[in-house]
Design a protein around this ligand. Sequence first.
Ligand code: PHE
Length: 338
Amino acid sequence: MTDDLLQIKQKALDELKDLNKLDDIYNLKVKYLGKKGSLTFVLRNLGKMLPDKRREVGMLCNKVKVELAAAIESAADKVKLAEKNRKLLEEKVDTSLPGRRPALGRLHPVNKVNEEIKDIFLRLGFVIQEGPEIETDYYNFEALNIPKDHPARDMQDTFYISKDHVLRTHTSPVQVLTFEKQSPPIKIIAPGRVSRCDSDVTHSPMFHQVEGFLVDTDVTFGDLKGILIAFIHQMFGEKIAVRFRPSYFPFTEPSAEVDMQCVICMGKGCRVCKKSGWLEILGCGMINPAVFEHVKYDTEKYTGFAFGMGVERIAMLKYQINDIRLFYDNDIRFLNQF
Ligand code: PHE
């Protein structure tokens, strides 16, 4: 029996010598020391031996077991170390390579300009109010004094989603929604999406507007001019000339369109301003008392002004972009420039 044990040990050690893979070493461990291994088999049968023999064989068996386990462990350590050294040599890091810059996200140019517009008006004391993108005929048209036969109601311009509901064609309905809930003084800007049935290089079926309105006692056209000139100067620079040109909107009276000096040619005349030297950037006016009557404001006591501008248009002028569709293509080469 003791010879058997020594033989087993020698055989295991001989086999171990030739192994240089961790898996093979572990398999050998199982083969000799595992539950069904040769040594375990001997130990199991100790019970059948005479007490004296049992003691002798048992001790030797344990000794062989410990020795084998140690030999296997050190063989495994050697293989592990060799493997580690091989990896270290192979996977050398070249610290002279340039680093990889993580791609940084940034604001879309339309959002950026939107934020800038909001910031300027927040500094002027306006507060932000948003309204729904789906409007009833009443808020989008009727309450804004746009009569049933007005061309703006034409199916060509307005996306009707039912007989009485439209995708709002402008942010002006937020005026009426606000007036219904609050009394003057009111000083609000209302940014948001609007939709019109129109699409070419300067028109998109969905675009963004910022509406502004102020209602209080003694509000004059002079206040409107002051606010808008301050806005344009902050947005495009102090040197830009601004002019107010008479215009017409059903919900303002008098109404004006605001032009600023062409930022491309500084007023000399170019392709962008169609040789006029001026760019139209927003519509405005004194709020028509007819609108106040819908919301039961005292038209003897209160006056107000309103204005509305297209965010894409301002972004196009600010960054000299000549095709509005670039904003919606999501081409990273375009967006990365801002
Ligand atoms: N709602 C108008 C438009 O979309 C702009 C505007 C707003 C004009 C407020 C006057 C006053 O064209």
